[in-house]
Ligand binder design. Structure first.
Ligand code: ADP
Ligand code: MG
Length: 698
């Protein structure tokens, strides 16, 4: 239950002055939430200094000034295209206030003739006359003091005026609750941070440009609060899982060794290392919570399959949960031969399993006649029950949250959890997204892989590319190489993307009749499978795809990748796409085609791709080029979206927050001390309600 002290912060936006239902929608859109607290996390991106208060004759063009004037005369607009003017003066000269599409009644009310007023706005000189067009503020002289200061500027949306937002913000800031301090006092003193309420007010009431900086003390404090809430929440979940204890899962190794001997290759040193780390976790009585991080094609699946056989060899079961149907099928295909070599049985469960066959499968699973189950989130359905699930592998590409990981793990007793991710993200981001999991990394590519020859070409040379593709695929069926052709994200519209892909498919099909396939996100499962299978088996030589092929897809025979409008893709995405080739023993080529009007950053992205295939380096460069804000901001990245913290600026705070969270739980795992109570409030403040439930009671 949310503590009472936070009630005012979780009131709807409409509880603020000037925010009705219509405005509330606009505000919610820019601040990303519907409560007062969401508005408070919307920090100024700049400021306007209104402290300059010249006399009219000294008011320079182009500068924001606050003038004290007397209203002399109103000159209504002679027609609809000309402005309404209000003539004013002080003892040094005259000025005009200019309004287009004005409402005369309103102007007569706020600027009555003969009265003195204070107005603020950007000064212009028009034919020698001092003018302010649409002053930002008009008020009585006694407002001069409050008006002639520093005004925060917020990112806005169409239809929402700064005045409305500022007014609502001021009201929200006036009623901030006086929460108990959740930070350690020594830490606070060391950083020179003020209490939460003061920090939040300082951020919204900047005294100068330096206060807008992400490195300003009040901003750092708020960022730290957020990072601490994040780390503490994850640490609580982790402690909860650990507390449930693990159990020893260890086999005599027969099944695993037999399967390993049957592999058509030997494991790399990195794979052996990762496998032994996983086996050590499984055979200890601690519960495993491990992240297996490795670039696309680095051979994670086979490591996972062998770990699964360890569980099977011990008379227990394993499960693999993948984010998409395609990926689940691929895992199933990769794991099946490994399991067969060991005489173990693996089954596939997706949303497509229905009726009697599904029922039989679930019966076999519950009876232990199936050793491992691979599937999509269909695995977490209620009626899916295992005989004795010991190991869960979650391949997530950042699509599952902590909750789903827990749900699948809850299907067993003290289940060991291995999270696999193909997105090599920098360490700070790993910490943010996964907390302090144990990490195994696969950094080398399997032996025998040839480097990918990556080239960039302007789209104007498409004809040459087509000639090259024609030569590559040869003439007869399966006579040559296989080509992935990726079509870009055109806009936010899936329909447009699709149209582009279909058009390219049509053009390629005319040129290479019968040899082109198409897959896209709108296709039904079986249709998609058929297109993929046609390509995998060599019936088609070119597969046109939207970014659906980004995830998974293992076709070692594909050795050419063409990416249209590569400049529109992110670095990480291009890297993931490119990882679909270069998986076999043949040399591979990646052609990045770019359109006109490339930005400097886009050019740099393509350059980095030409230079390296090292996913961890690419991830670091991506962070550098984009700034963490952007990476974290993209929803589908699955990384937590932060409201205030910006990893590019506050990365150093991350590790401190992690250590802080660990120490807190060590000393006060139930969050029952005075600081513990305050920390509960912090967790609720950042809507980590679920985590509070995991604080050990008593
Ligand atoms: P990931 O899951 O990390 O994307 P996979 O496990 O799917 O990578 O491996 C990609 C391909 O490399 C598969 O075809 C797999 O059989 C092969 N592979 C895995 N490990 C090795 C190795 N040590 N040597 C050669 N090929 C390997
Ligand atoms: Mg264990």
């Amino acid at each position: 239950m949310r503590p009472e002290i936070l009630y005012s912060l979780f009131k709807p936006l409409t509880s603020l002055p000037g925010i009705g239902t219509r405005n509330a929608k606009l505000v919610a859109r820019i601040v990303g939430g519907e409560h007062v607290v969401d508005l408070l996390w919307h920090l100024p991106s700049g400021l306007i200094d209104r402290s300059f208060q010249p006399e009219i004759k000294d008011a320079p063009a182009g500068r924001v000034a606050t003038l004290s004037i007397k209203v002399d005369r109103h000159v209504p607009a002679p027609n609809r295209r000309l402005p309404y003017k209000v003539l004013c003066s002080d003892h040094t000269g005259t000025a005009e206030l200019v309004f287009f599409h004005a409402r005369p009644e309103w102007l007569e009310q706020v600027l009555p003739v003969g009265e003195e007023r204070v107005v603020s706005g950007k000064v212009e000189h028009y034919r020698g006359v001092v003018q302010i067009t649409h002053p930002d503020h008009i008020g009585p002289l006694e407002d001069r003091e409050s008006l002639a200061g520093i005004e925060p500027v917020y990112p806005l949306t169409q239809g929402l005026s700064p005045k409305t937002l500022n007014r609502a913000m001021a009201a929200a800031l006036d009623t901030l609750p006086d929460v108990a301090e959740w930070l350690d006092s020594a830490h606070l003193a060391r950083e020179g941070w003020t209490p939460w309420r003061a920090a939040l007010r300082a951020v919204h009431r900047p005294a100068g440009q330096h206060d807008i900086d992400a490195l300003a003390a009040p901003r750092r404090r708020l960022a730290y609060d957020e990072l601490l809430a994040n780390q503490l929440a994850m640490a609580l979940v982790r402690a909860h899982m650990r507390r449930q204890g693990g159990r020893v899962t260890a086999s005599d190794g027969t099944a695993r060794t037999r399967a390993e001997a049957a592999l058509p290759f030997t494991l790399t040193a990195g794979q052996n290392q990762a496998l032994s780390e996983i086996l050590a976790d499984m055979s200890s009585d601690r519960r495993m919570l491990r992240l297996l991080q490795g670039d696309v094609g680095s051979g994670k699946t086979v490591v996972a399959a062998l770990a699964m056989l360890e569980a099977v060899g011990a008379g227990r079961q394993a499960a693999v949960m993948a984010p998409t149907e395609i990926l689940a099928r691929q895992h199933f295909a990769a794991i099946t031969p490994v399991f067969e070599a060991a005489g173990a049985k693996v089954a596939l469960l997706t949303g497509r399993n229905k009726g009697a066959p599904r029922r039989r499968l679930l019966e076999d699973l519950a009876a232990g006649r199936i050793d491992a189950l691979v599937g999509t989130h269909a695995l977490i359905q209620d009626d899916v029950a295992f005989a004795d699930l010991a190991l869960v592998v979650v391949d997530e590409q950042h699509r599952f949250g902590v909750a789903q990981r827990l749900q699948i793990a809850a299907k067993g007793r003290s289940t060991d959890v291995l999270v696999m991710t193909a997105t090599p993200i920098p360490r700070t981001l790993t910490l943010m997204a996964y907390g302090d999991l144990d990490i195994s990394r696969l950094t080398e590519k399997p032996a025998g892989r040839k480097p990918i020859d990556t080239r960039t070409l302007p789209l104007t040379r498409l004809d040459e590319v087509l000639d090259g593709v024609g030569r590559a695929i040869g003439s007869g069926p399966d006579g040559g190489r296989r080509v992935f052709w990726v079509c870009p994200l055109v806009a936010e519209s899936e329909a447009l993307d699709l149209a582009a892909a279909e058009e390219r498919f049509g053009a390629l099909e005319r040129r290479f009749p019968g040899r082109v396939g198409l897959v896209h996100g709108r296709m039904k499962g079986p249709e998609k499978d058929a297109a993929m299978a046609g390509f995998a088996e060599g019936r088609t030589a070119i597969l046109v795809a939207t970014t659906v092929i980004e995830v998974g897809v293992d076709i070692p025979e594909a050795t050419v990748m063409v990416i249209e409008h590569a400049e529109r893709f992110g670095l990480a995405q291009l890297h993931q796409l490119r990882g679909r080739i270069g998986r076999g023993a043949e040399a591979s080529t990646c052609l990045l085609l770019y359109g006109g009007g490339m930005t400097a950053t886009a050019r740099e992205r393509l350059k980095i791709l030409r230079e390296t295939e090292d996913g961890f380096r690419i991830a670091e460069e991506d962070l550098r080029l984009r700034g963490a804000g952007e990476i974290l901001g993209t929803r589908q990245s699955g990384l937590p979206a932060f409201r205030i913290a910006d990893i590019a600026a506050h990365g150093d705070l991350m590790e401190t927050a992690r250590d802080d969270a660990a120490l807190i739980l060590e000393k006060d795992g139930g969050l029952t001390s005075a600081r513990g109570e305050a920390l509960r409030v912090l967790l609720y403040l950042f809507e980590r309600d679920a985590a509070v439930a995991y604080a050990r009671s008593g």
